[in-house]
Design a protein around this ligand. Sequence first.
Ligand code: SAM
Length: 271
Amino acid sequence: MARSFRVEVSRLPAWIDWQRLLGPGGWKVHENEAGQLSADADLSRDAAADLAARLRGVGLGGNLIEIRISPALSRKELRKAHTEEARRYRKGSPGFLRSGTQLDPEGRISLTPEALALELGERAKGLRVIDAFAGAGGNAIGFARAGCSVTAIELDEARRVMARHNAGVYGVADRIRFIAGDARRVVAEHEADLLFVDPPWGGRYNKERMTLDDLTPCAEVIESATRIPRIWIKAPPSFDPATLPGCRPEAWFGVGAGDDRRVKFLLLEKS
Ligand SMILES: C[S@@+](CC[C@H](N)C(=O)[O-])C[C@H]1O[C@@H](n2cnc3c(N)ncnc32)[C@H](O)[C@@H]1O
């Protein structure tokens, strides 16, 4: 009979879709007094190694996830699972799907995968949206394709030109007003139904815990949005929602095989 491995995962936030994160396995889940979840299950060798490769060193909602496996897996098994995980990561959740789009290195790494940008757009359907940190246009285009009228602000002139070009590739350039400038100043001057904030996370952002102060100039932009009733903030998985009082966190997973159990970002709704 194939050997089974006892897997215990702890320090998960109560708001996480743990079934999606952990995958199949007859998990028993408990919530502690601090509102954190822990889960345990008996898994096959491969499933345990996959989970270790995906969750070890990952922070979620401000806490590093803990994972214990017994008996311990060999280094060779873990290395193999890591290689496989890295391959899935490269293939998962592509950015723009159409050809002819333009991206610089920062625009590429910060681009919201097209499928997720469209899903965000569907949720905002028909609203007047300000995209405060437009980058190469991933989200602005997603909102415009879902019928929103969009004001897209971008500080970097070359990236703003790329975003406009990319909007043309998707046939929505007429639904997006591009503004070159600093969101800290521009947002205060505009009215809208929804402010979307996707600030730079930093090239090598802290995978264990990020706070509002780490996401400059996010706080200033939020404060300046006095004429906008709803705010969505796209933050790294390790973001600690306690540092943004009054927000409701939600984990957004990737799409496609292998990436659909990985948290790509948190969406924090602040109203
Ligand atoms: C994470 S990227 C946005 C990615 C975009 N949501 C997408 O999916 O393509 C953040 C962008 O914010 C821009 N940025 C940084 N500070 C800014 C500011 N004060 N005002 C406007 N844009 C800013 C950066 O140049 C960068 O392109």
